[in-house]
Write a protein that binds this ligand. Structure first.
Ligand SMILES: Cc1cc2nc3c(=O)[nH]c(=O)nc-3n(C[C@H](O)[C@H](O)[C@H](O)COP(=O)(O)OP(=O)(O)OC[C@H]3O[C@@H](n4cnc5c(N)ncnc54)[C@H](O)[C@@H]3O)c2cc1C
Length: 202
């Protein structure tokens, strides 16, 4: 996964942090995340997105994300053992065969998995960005979007420490957990992690 802060526009105003964030815009480029991750990202509505097209870009030897939990796992089907990479290679061959048969890429892509990587550029204003980071840096968030959100936060904190030093999951941002029964139950540990992150220690 590659996360870049492409550009930002923060007005030169002698105003509160909240006002500055409301009028500021941040554009990120993220490359190498799975489609499963980008699908979660684009659920955040007050933002603009441009994503690599699977309709026009050939997905020959498509790159994909492998979750740690499936690494080394073998699955037995009808007496034969397969690993995750076997399935990805089969899907890749099937996709290519469809394209060679004249199936348009926009239809051949129906066989591609959520694991397939993508590249996406998005712009959020500062207020939405903080909302996104509060939700997606939380341990409740799925691991890949959480990893991406933490990379974004690191970039923002190193460039704009005053605006982003307090940003993190709600247990860090608000000082208490808002997840109720779904809480990870480790707010002290999570708070300590984000406190060290904003000091550049992670
Ligand atoms: C841990 C976690 C688990 C999730 N699990 C699921 C799941 O199982 N299934 C699922 O479908 N989704 C799931 N989601 C996604 C979630 O339902 C939302 O789609 C996602 O969080 C984005 O919506 P949002 O309200 O947080 O904020 P955004 O879309 O980022 O918007 C920010 C804020 O702007 C305001 N806003 C935005 N658009 C409007 C509008 N049209 N009208 C009025 N106000 C608006 C709201 O105040 C909103 O909170 C999950 C999210 C998280 C963080």
């Amino acid at each position: 996964m590659k996360v870049l802060l492409l550009s930002e526009n923060i007005p030169q105003l002698n105003e509160s942090k909240e006002t500055l964030l409301r009028h500021a815009h941040f554009t990120f480029l993220v490359d190498g995340i799975s489609r499963a991750c980008s699908h979660q990202l684009v659920r955040h509505r007050p933002a603009s997105y441009s994503q690599q097209s699977q309709r026009y870009v050939a997905m020959k030897n498509f790159p994909y994300v492998t979750p740690d939990s499936v690494k080394g796992k073998l699955v037995e089907i009808e007496g034969k053992k397969y690993c995750y990479d076997d399935l990805m290679a089969f899907i890749g061959r099937f996709y290519e065969a469809l394209v060679e048969e004249g199936v348009p890429k926009e239809d051949a892509r129906f066989v591609l998995p959520n694991a397939c990587t993508t590249r996406i550029v998005f712009t959020m204003n500062g207020e939405e960005l903080v909302h996104f980071l509060r939700l997606r840096t939380c341990t409740r968030a799925q691991w890949e979007i959480r990893k991406m959100a933490i990379e974004m936060l690191k970039l923002l904190q190193s460039k704009y420490p005053e605006l982003f030093k307090d940003v993190g999951p709600n247990c860090y941002y608000l000082g208490y957990c808002t997840e109720g029964k779904m809480s990870c139950g480790r707010p002290e540990e999570v708070r300590a992690y984000f406190a060290s992150l904003c000091k550049g220690e992670e």
